[in-house]
Design a protein. Structure first.
Length: 79
């Protein structure tokens, strides 16, 4: 999943937590131009989350999405 950190209503981390309850193992790439340290701090250390700072290139986005998919696949095949 690719999401901005700041969203109207729920923020990105809240949205991902809700979706991960439905789909355990869901990976997320958060895009952000600005996010308070209290939001980014805990997220930065999570294995299922990648943070992409705006502005970013298409190649940077593709690389992080590819990594997230590869990590998920590796976990699934490892058992």
């Amino acid at each position: 999943m690719v999401s901005d950190v700041m969203l109207p209503g729920d923020d990105g981390p809240t949205l991902v937590a809700k979706l991960q309850a439905l789909q355990p193992g869901l990976r997320c790439v958060f895009c952000t131009g600005f996010a308070p340290e209290e939001v980014l701090g805990p997220l930065a250390s999570r294995r299922d989350v990648r943070i992409l700072q705006k502005p970013f290139s298409r190649d940077e986005l593709l690389l992080l999405v590819r990594r997230a998919l590869d990590e998920r696949l590796a976990e699934q095949t490892a058992g």
